[in-house]
Design a protein around this ligand. Structure first.
Ligand code: AMP
Length: 432
């Protein structure tokens, strides 16, 4: 027998990387004063239908749902579902345990498996793992503050950096509040009417059931039509516009880079105002590392008190894929590029390269007719570090070494250079 399609066994040594990711996430979350919550892996189906939304792809086609048989006369059969995401479960727990009555903001994180019947492919599984967090509380605790949105985004940027994920992009949008969204939906429906006949079958269905999702369509032929549709940004009321501007201003002040994506709406109905995704080019078609946003009406939608919130879920499987790809790319590179800064140092560079290669290192050799900047660019493509060799270095026998991953530049005595480069290689091989 084999593991069911879309599920996988995780084995050593790969599981060490999974553990390291979880340990780093816990460490970063603790620094931002989050505590861990563990909710059940299955819940009543109605929680997801009302929370995530009947018309979403998740609820309408991807849930693992069953009728749970009664075991005793006193029990009723119940429709249960393996959780397809964890925000609805966290908000249910918030309501059930009256966490809002403390008057404090609740900052909760979770790590665990989620289940969706999607078509399996690279980065998309039927059992997958999310690391997520929620900030939720009564409005008087400051749960609607744009500073919370910015804090969560800044924490994510720090977490991805701490994990060593290179080259992520933060895409940010506002989908408006419960009061200004209907105005946009009306404009969108009107604009879709004359063109929807030329769009893909999914868009034709979405235009009826969930028009916002049309903005998410990836079919190439539909793109010019979608680009010409009205933008949500033009329908936001003053309060939503100000909220979004405040999020952006706080991110600017904290130095977190982002791009505005007018079409980012996300696949779950509960989002209001801020929505975001962190993407990574190395992932291919499934390029979202994580997604999230604000959900100011979710608690009320599932029968709770007013409790605005913001949260996210990171795809742990995709973090692993990204880190493995980075590691593979790093281990194919040479350990160092020896770069003479002038033609006069060419012979000395060959001698140094010979010395390092004899110590077992993989060395690429530059040429002194390059300029330093050009040597740097060339070296960054083929090696993990560059050793600059100029007149001063030859005189003093102390070499300048720049590590491209950390951008650190160090002075290393020639006698210790091979040892230093071997240690740097061992770090990369350990995945650190
Ligand atoms: P969502 O809960 O749909 O907002 O997704 C949040 C993140 O979870 C995505 O950005 C992905 O990284 C990850 N994710 C969602 N669905 C899957 C899946 N079927 N397989 C692997 N990762 C997933």
């Amino acid at each position: 027998m084999k593991a069911v399609r879309g599920t996988r066994d995780l084995l050593p040594p790969e599981t060490a990387l999974w553990s390291r990711i979880e340990a780093t996430a816990r460490e970063v979350f603790a620094r931002y004063h989050f505590g861990e919550i563990r909710t059940p892996i299955f819940e009543e189906t109605a929680l997801f239908a009302r929370g995530v939304g009947e018309e979403t792809d998740i609820v309408s086609k991807e849930m693992y749902t069953w009728e749970d048989r009664a075991r005793a006369q006193s029990e009723k059969t119940q429709s249960l579902t393996l959780r397809p995401e964890n925000t609805a479960g966290v908000v249910r727990a918030y309501i059930e345990h009256k966490l809002g009555e403390s008057g404090q903001l609740q900052k909760l994180y979770y790590i665990g498996p989620q289940f969706r019947r999607e078509r399996p492919q690279k980065g998309r599984y039927r059992q997958f793992f999310q690391i997520g967090a929620e900030v939720i509380g009564p409005p008087h605790a400051g749960s609607e503050s744009p500073l919370r949105d910015a804090e969560v985004l800044e924490m994510l940027a720090s977490l991805l950096d701490a994990l060593g994920i290179e080259g992520w992009t933060l895409r940010l949008n506002s989908v408006g509040s419960a009061t200004d969204r209907p105005a946009y939906l009306a404009r969108l429906r009107e604009a879709l009417q004359p063109v929807v006949g030329q769009m893909c079958a999914d868009c034709q269905r979405r235009a009826e059931t969930n028009p916002l999702r049309v903005l998410d369509c990836k079919v190439p032929e539909d793109q010019p039509i979608i680009d010409a549709l009205p933008r949500i940004a033009d329908s936001l009321d003053a309060a939503s516009r100000e909220h979004f501007a405040a999020v952006c201003a706080a991110l600017d002040a904290a130095g977190v880079p982002y791009t505005r994506d007018h079409r980012l709406v996300r696949g779950l109905d509960y989002y209001t105002r801020t929505t975001f995704e962190f993407t990574h080019g190395g992932l291919g078609a499934q390029n979202a590392l994580l997604g999230g946003g604000r959900y100011d009406g979710l608690s009320e939608a599932i029968g709770g008190p007013k409790a605005p919130g913001i949260g996210f879920a990171i795809g742990q499987d995709r973090l692993v894929l990204t880190l493995q790809a980075q590691q593979a790319a790093a281990s194919e590179r040479a350990d160092a590029c020896v770069a003479p800064v002038g033609e006069a140092q060419n012979p000395a560079a060959l001698a140094l390269a010979r010395e390092l290669r004899r110590a077992g290192l993989r060395i690429e050799l530059g040429d002194g007719s390059f300029r330093v900047r050009k040597s740097m660019e060339m070296a960054d493509r083929v090696a993990r570090s560059i050793v600059l060799l100029g007149e001063d270095e030859l005189q003093s026998d102390v070499l300048t070494v720049k590590d491209f991953a950390t951008a650190e530049q160090k002075k290393i005595p020639r006698a210790e250079l091979a040892k230093h480069l071997l240690a740097a290689r061992a770090q990369v091989e350990k995945g650190q």
